[in-house]
Design a protein around this ligand. Structure first.
Ligand code: AP5
Ligand code: MG
Length: 216
């Protein structure tokens, strides 16, 4: 199963990807998470990427494509993947298509999640995440059982650097400008499915599972 999740920041790509991989046992490839991991480890890529991410800008295509190409070569991607936050530009989509054509893989579905800016801003300003296990919470909609501690591993929850109001606005603008054209790109290939990202987390997952259950 080879899936792409597209949608604006905060629409719930990471939240849904985690439910999808639990059910279908394919790896979750979030380019944002890989980049944040590189920042934590202070790698050359991480130090370079941070300057773009802190401003809400996209990391250059060349760096992201190199990172994805290395990740796709890992054994766990043999039976598929769920991309979250990649591709994000037309050159990235073209690059992915080249990478896949070098193997016998093809894309099965591109799931497009939608939500209003108002909902997105509310979700992102109340998002908290666990730096240790990656679980995502929300102080308003999906809160941890214990005050600011991860339910799974007990680690202190943190707020992402790029979830400041002015950076959220910038990320939304960049999404409209650079990433939204991909919807049309994949519509032409007859791969898109549109999902209302404003419903509850579980009802969105059920809707996605219905679509993915139909893939052979
Ligand atoms: P990335 O980490 O991919 O961030 P993003 O796309 O901006 O999206 P988010 O992770 O903020 O949101 P999400 O859709 O995953 O929502 P979530 O599930 O957390 O990228 C970060 C940065 O890295 C980019 O800005 C860029 O600089 C760089 N980057 C990454 N990939 C790149 C690429 N390919 N090319 C270039 N640069 C790249 O949910 C949000 C909140 O809402 C959570 O609190 C959650 O609990 C809550 N929530 C989720 N669903 C619901 C629901 N249905 N109802 C109520 N609450 C909900
Ligand atoms: Mg995410």
């Amino acid at each position: 199963m080879n899936i792409i999740l597209i949608g604006p920041p905060g629409v719930g790509k990471g939240t849904q990807a985690k439910n999808i991989i639990k059910r279908y046992q394919v790896p979750h490839i979030s380019t944002g998470e890989i980049l944040r991991e590189n920042i934590k480890k202070q790698t050359k890529l991480g130090i370079h990427a941070k300057t773009f991410m802190d401003m809400g800008k996209l990391v250059p295509d060349y760096d992201v494509l190199g990172m994805v190409s290395r990740r796709l070569a890992d054994d766990d991607c043999f039976h598929g993947f769920v991309f979250d936050g990649f591709p994000r530009t037309i050159p990235q989509a073209d690059g992915l298509s080249k990478l896949l054509s070098n193997t016998d893989k093809r894309l099965d579905r591109v799931i497009v999640l939608k939500a209003s800016d108002e909902i997105i801003i509310k979700r992102l300003s109340s998002r908290r995440s666990c730096n240790n296990c990656g679980r995502i919470y929300n102080l308003l909609f999906n809160s941890p059982k214990n005050d600011n501690k991860c339910d799974v591993c007990g680690e202190e929850l943190t707020q992402r650097e790029d979830d400041k109001p002015e950076t959220i606005k910038k990320r939304l603008d960049i999404y409209r400008l650079q990433t939204e054209p991909l919807v049309n790109y994949y519509e032409k290939l007859d791969l898109t499915v549109f999902i209302n990202g404003e419903s509850g987390i579980n009802s969105i997952s059920e809707e996605i599972f219905q679509i993915l259950d139909e893939i052979d």
